[in-house]
Ligand binder design. Structure first.
Ligand code: ATP
Ligand code: MG
Length: 556
């Protein structure tokens, strides 16, 4: 990461400070453990910034570990996208990528150890019966009739499970803990189940797969993780995490800490729901710029720095809350306001003809790339007799508040001359087709000599030299702040979350780089689309408007 980003403290950092001060640990080792069953989203970014950020700041290490115990739902495509997204966010994992499946042999041995200690048994209740026997929050569970099998019998049956002699759902390995525990997770949780499924890392070697709770703590211990950070819904599972590690022969004792997950207004964060949007073609893919995925935000024009800044601003606590969408947008706006070069683009064009400008002539103007940053240089912008301006920047009549072009009045063209609207031409529908203007040749970079005051400034693109472009105007994907709470979240999709318009951009944008933010003057921040744009069919995505148009008080 190039820039220095001081990260604020939080309760987890305070715990780490204490653990280092009192010698419980001499170094810090964290991990980020995604399940490769979807693309990463902005919620994962919170966990990534926390885990990798802590490793960076304490000169420790952070592993990237694929939590791949669910062979059916996982795909190599997801593994690749996740690696890519973590690196794009600016982080580097320690050593090789880890997979929980790397530990399947060891996990099997630890399961045998628990059986030998009389702490695990093979159960032949059906999944439904197991659920029924487990009891409820109010009523204790009851023991399975298979609970008191001998060690020998359990060893033999577990071996049969592994050998493929049980059908799916006919047998599982359970920990023998406490069927009356007030923590449901402690009521003899399942440790292994039978699945005849091909695994993207281990192929067909296994037909039994370990459960998350058994796998995660052991993987942490095997990797010498010191602080295992996860979201609050795993709070109760910490009992099981500790129970497993306390009852097997493993030295390392990682500790689990929980923080609240990120919830963001006007979007959904569950991978199941995001997957549904993709498979039902409600969006154009995981990297659709309206998606809260890292790849979607990237394609939309968000920078890694803006996402890290967002994660820093939201902080890390144990309080559940809902973050305003505007706070994510303000991070990218702040970044691009500083760093994006300016350019001109007309999204809803109407023709201007400057009648006293020679039709053969094209003048090359030099315009600063950033109003406050001369170090960002200048670019050449052609000025010609025919131009495009925004339809909304012209009125036949207007009051004094309207500081744009009005019939019979003057306005300045950004970086160019003062023009005056002389007359207009309309089509049969009464729509203006052309605004005929005159220009004052003495006003390039200076005010009119006779002291005439020209207040407004509008942007423009040369009609001769400008490039046509498709411009995609993105808005929030949902119409309600909490779509996940709706009966059918897909019914709350925003029908105008994407509006495509055809406009014109200044020729310098022919060399725009995909994903790199540009401010289209007076319009918003945009970037070249990383998928659909080509040299003869430019496509730009709106990252964010110049101001928060959803904010209650509008500034214009
Ligand atoms: P889902 O339940 O939607 O499938 P998940 O939490 O199971 O999501 P994982 O791939 O297991 O997704 O997540 C990897 C890590 O990212 C976990 O440590 C998880 O706690 C964390 N994480 C996931 N979603 C969020 C979120 N919204 N805010 C913060 N951390 C998150
Ligand atoms: Mg998970």
């Amino acid at each position: 990461m190039s820039e220095i980003e001081a990260r604020p403290s939080n309760f987890i950092r305070q715990i780490i400070d204490k653990d280092l001060a009192n010698g419980k640990h001499t170094s810090v080792h964290t991990r980020f453990p995604p399940e490769p069953n979807g693309y990463l989203h902005i919620g994962h970014a919170k966990s990534i910034c926390l885990n990798f950020g802590i490793a960076q700041d304490y000169q420790g290490q952070c592993n990237l570990r694929f939590d791949d115990t669910n062979p059916e739902k996982e795909e190599v495509e997801y593994v690749e996208s996740i690696k890519n997204d973590v690196q794009w966010l600016g982080f580097e994992w320690a050593g090789d990528v880890c997979y929980s499946s790397n530990y399947f042999d060891k996990l099997y041995d630890y399961a045998i150890e628990l059986i030998n200690k009389g702490l695990a048994y093979v159960d032949e209740l059906t999944p439904d019966e197991i659920r029924e026997y487990r009891g409820t929050l109010k009523a204790p569970g009851k023991p399975s009739p298979y609970r008191d099998r001998s060690v020998e019998e359990n060893l033999a049956l577990f071996e049969k499970m592994r050998a493929g002699e049980f059908e799916e759902g006919k047998a599982c390995l359970r920990a023998k803990i406490d069927m009356a525990s007030s923590f449901m997770v402690m009521r003899d949780p399942v440790l292994y189940r039978v699945r005849f499924a091909h695994h993207h890392q281990t192929g067909d070697k296994w037909c039994i797969y370990p459960m998350y709770d058994f796998t995660h703590c052991i993987s942490d211990a095997l990797e010498n993780i010191t602080h295992s950070l996860c979201t609050l819904e795993f709070q109760d599972n910490r009992r099981l995490y500790d129970w497993v590690l306390d009852n097997i022969s493993i030295e390392s004792q990682p500790h689990q800490y929980e923080f609240s997950r990120l919830n963001l207004e006007y979007t959904v964060m569950s991978k199941r729901k995001l997957n549904q949007l993709v498979t039902e073609n409600l969006v154009e893919g995981w990297d659709d710029p309206r998606m809260p995925t890292i790849s979607g935000l990237r394609r939309r024009g968000f920078t890694p720095g803006s996402i890290r800044e967002f994660c820093k601003r939201i902080g890390v606590t144990k309080q559940e809350n809902m973050i305003e969408f505007g706070s994510l947008e303000s991070c990218i706006r702040d970044d691009l306001n500083e760093n994006a070069p300016r350019a001109m683009a007309v999204l809803d064009p109407v023709k201007v003809v400057i009648e006293n400008f020679d039709a053969e002539n094209v003048e090359t103007l030099t315009i600063a790339n950033h109003p406050n940053k001369p170090e960002m240089g200048t670019r050449e912008v052609p000025f010609s007799r025919e131009l495009w301006i925004e339809r909304d920047d012209f009125r036949e009549e207007a009051n004094k508040k309207y500081k744009r072009l009005v019939l019979g009045k003057e306005v300045r063209l950004r970086g160019a001359y003062v023009i005056k609207a002389e007359r207009i031409e309309k089509d049969d529908n009464g729509e203006i087709t052309t605004i005929y203007c005159s220009y004052d040749a003495e006003t390039l970079g200076k005010n009119p000599a006779d002291g005439r005051k020209v207040k407004g400034v509008i942007h423009w693109v040369s009609a001769d030299k400008g490039l046509s472009a498709e411009i995609r105007l993105y808005d929030r994907l949902f119409t309600v702040p909490n779509p996940a709470a709706a009966d059918d979240f897909a019914s709350t999709l925003n029908p105008s979350s994407l509006v495509k318009v055809n406009g014109y951009v200044e020729p310098s944008l022919a060399s725009a780089e995909a994903e790199k933010g540009i401010q289209f003057e007076r319009t918003g921040y945009f970037c070249l689309d990383n998928k659909d744009s080509s040299a003869n069919a430019l496509v730009f995505n709106r990252t964010v408007g110049l101001r928060d148009s959803w904010a209650k008080i509008e500034s214009n």
